[in-house]
Structures are given as C-alpha cells and as structure tokens.
Design a protein around this ligand. Structure first.
Ligand code: SF4
Length: 428
C-alpha cells in the first residue's frame, strides 16, 4: 500500500506529517512519489485561518477527482479541521473515508487496516517511539502539544487539546536520532513553547531542555517557537543568550498594538508590557532577530486602533511580520460572542498597509547586513545556487563550494526585504 501526504499550516503539522510518514513506513507502507501513484491520500489540514481551510478543501477536491477514477483510493482527513463533531465535515466531504484529529496517528493506521505492530507493542507505545526520519539538515521537534491559553479568536486549543509536554528523555532521544541521520539544526515547537515542562513531575523548563540538548555532539543549532509574550522568563532569555548553539531568534506574536483589542483577544498583556519584553530581549541579546504575528480587522477594530498597531510595528521594527486578516473560526469565543464587523475591503487595505511597512523595514534591516559575514546552514541547491538560513533565520542564496548540512560563512553582497545574497568565504 502506498501513501501520499499533503500538509498545510504550521510547523507542527509539518512535524506531524514527518512522524506519520515514518510510522507508516515502519508498518510496511511505502511513500508514493505522486498523489496519482498512491493508494492512500492523507490531507493534514490547518483551520487557523479561512484561507488555510480553503486551500485544504481545494486539495480535497483534487483527491475527490482522483477517487472518481480509482474507487479503491482511500482518503484520510486529519489536522486542525477535524474537531470532536464530524457531521459538518461528513456533509461537506462525503467521499472522505476517515477523519482523525491532529496527531491521532494510531487512528489513521487503524482506519487503513494496517496491522504491522511489533509483537507485544500497543499502538500508543509504537507511535510514542516513532522518531521521524528527516532528509534535510533542519528539522522540527514538537516538545509541548496543545494550548491552555484560549485566545478568543483561536481554534487551536479546541482541536489540539490542553498542554502536554513530552519527557526530556523522549525529546533527547528524538533529537539524537535526527542528528544521527544528518540533521544539524532543530526547532523546538510548541503553540506556546515556554509552557514546556509545567505538566511534568520535576517541572523542567525550556531552558533546562535546551541545556540538555546542547550537549548532543553533532547538533549545531537550536531554535524554538512560538513564544508567548507573558511566558518569556529570565531563565529562557538567559539560556538563549548564554548557549552558543541556541540561535538569536524569538517568534513573539503581538496580534494587536491596542490594549482594548488585546483584551478582546484575551491575550493577557498590554502593548507596553509587550514592548518591555521585546526591549528586555534586545538588551540581553544584541542582534537578536524578533519576528511577530499580527491580526488586522479583528472584531470592532477601529481605524485608530489599527493605527496603534501600525505605529507599534513601525516603532519596534521587527525582522519579520506575519500579518493575517481576521476571519471568524466557528467554535471560538470571538465567533460566538463578537461581531465580525470590519468590512472585507478595510481588512484588505490594513493588511496591505502592514505588508508595505514591513517590506520597507525588513529591506532596511537586511540592507544593513551588506558587507557582513554571516554563518549559514546550507540546506539545498536550486537554480545553480545554494540556499540556507543565517543564525537569525534569514534566507540566504549564495555561491561557493559546499554541501547540504555544512555550516559556512557567507559574505553578504546584496539584500532584499525577503532574502540575502552572497558568496562563501570559508567554513566555520
Ligand atoms: S496562545 Fe492563543 S493564539 Fe496561540 S495557540 Fe494558544 S490560543 Fe491560539
């Protein structure tokens, strides 16, 4: 039986798909090179925004067309689109054979009738011990699943459940496995990554975990995301500042620069408290890269409130801003209790304004790097050039003598808002 997986959404879904693929391989299935060659199509979905859901639905349309020509083709829908109630999904996608919530790997295998478990091993033991194989120099490693925050616009806690941390030993074993397979950089993942360890008996924190992983020979870089502004502790910033393998990067969603909207979003901080966190990190880690997420057009957002967000983005000058226009997610507090009253055109205009601002700011930040030498992890070669990421997570395209997985020093010769270009000046 051959399978093909389509993955949408965040890095957590990418990590889930890698784990599912490795587990299915171990259970005797084979990966198909194209959807047309597969006996099973898995669509791993995202429901965080309307646009992501539409993309997954369009892929399901492709799957439906394939199934019309191949009656034995199985289609599995998993990820954040799958909640506890399936009636609506069954009505919209009657040709889907199985629905599985995020990370329900055993349910997916069972729905395919796969029975290749090692003797004496339960499905949950089997899937707990599956460490994904990643054929790339960089990999994602989930460390805490779920979220306890319940921001009013967000569907994630309803789909991924409450916070559950993986044990330190389990994560170390996975990272060791990845490094043995050629991975040099890991990104530790959590919806709110600083929540790591709170539910474990001896309550290790993210800093303890990073110190532990830091001792793994062959591992060159550690990243972590996504940070929750009020959860960033001194211990975590200290670890990021002190541990050489930990890259100087924070992903710190702001969502809005207006206190009234932050309250309606149930974010639990004010704009100035957020600024204090950013300034604290920048003071302790000079040259740190900070990226953020912003929602425009949230329920009731006035022009003045949007301008407060815009002004804060201009003041804080982030390296990256991921901006999205608000779309109500059924089942969330905002969808139940608030009115999506900002006109679509206004949302679009605000989105375009933030994108234009960020293009200018990122262009200026990156231009200042021209002439500097940056450490880059070589990832792949395309169109005759190498590409990889700097420690501060900037995409670099460059020429030189190297291989995927090498850490090289690249002199930056050109820059745009989205990438750097240069040439290798020697290994590091
Ligand atoms: S912290 Fe808020 S936005 Fe992030 S996953 Fe949790 S509920 Fe959603």
């Amino acid at each position: 039986m051959r399978y093909y997986i389509w993955t949408f959404g965040c890095q957590m879904n990418t990590a889930d798909s890698a784990k599912l693929a490795t587990g299915l391989d171990r259970l005797g299935l084979q990966s198909a090179a194209t959807p047309e060659q597969a006996d099973v199509l898995v669509v791993n979905t995202c429901a965080v925004r309307e646009h992501a859901e539409q993309r997954a639905a369009s892929k399901l349309g492709d799957a439906k067309r394939l199934k019309a020509t191949r009656r034995d083709l199985k289609i599995v829908l998993t990820g954040c689109m799958v909640g506890p109630r399936l009636d609506d999904l069954r009505r919209r996608f009657p040709y889907v054979d199985a629905f599985a919530p995020p990370q329900a790997f055993a349910e997916i295998a069972a729905s395919l009738g796969v029975d290749g478990l090692p003797e004496g091993c339960t499905p949950s033991q089997f899937w707990r011990d599956v460490h994904p194989s990643v054929d790339a120099p960089a990999a994602f490693v989930p460390i805490v699943y779920g979220c306890n925050k319940f921001c009013s616009y967000c569907i994630v806690p309803y789909r991924r459940g409450r916070e559950r941390s993986r044990s330190l030993d389990e994560i170390r074993a996975e990272v060791r496995h990845l490094v043995d397979g050629g991975v040099r950089e890991v990104t530790l993942l959590g919806q709110s990554v600083e929540a790591y360890g709170r539910d474990l008996t001896d309550e290790p924190d993210l800093a303890d975990l990073m110190r532990n992983l830091h001792t793994i020979d062959g591992l060159a870089r550690i990243r972590f995301l996504t940070s929750y502004p009020t959860d960033v502790t001194k211990s975590i910033v200290d670890a990021a500042a002190q541990l050489p393998k930990v890259c100087e990067c924070f992903s710190l969603p702001l969502q809005s620069g207006d206190d009234g909207l932050l309250e309606r979003m149930r974010r639990g901080y004010t704009a100035e408290q957020y600024v204090d966190v950013v300034e604290g990190i920048r003071e302790q880690i000079p040259g740190v890269e900070i990226s953020t997420d912003v929602i425009v057009g949230f329920c009731g957002e006035s022009e003045a409130q949007f301008e407060r967000t815009f002004d804060l983005l201009e003041r804080l000058r982030f390296d990256k801003v991921h901006v999205a226009a608000y779309s109500p997610r059924p089942g969330t507090i905002a969808a139940r209790e608030m009115t999506d009253d900002v006109p679509r055109e206004t949302k679009r205009a605000r989105l375009a304004a933030v994108e234009a601002l960020q293009k200018r700011v990122a262009g200026e930040i990156n231009a200042a790097l021209i002439g500097s030498v940056e450490e880059v992890l070589v990832e792949e070669r395309a169109k005759g050039r190498w590409s990889g990421r700097t420690r501060t997570d900037k995409l670099a395209h460059f020429d030189g003598n190297c291989r995927p997985g090498d850490l090289v020093r690249v002199r930056i010769e050109k820059a745009t808002a989205w990438s750097l270009q240069g040439s290798v000046v020697g290994g590091s």
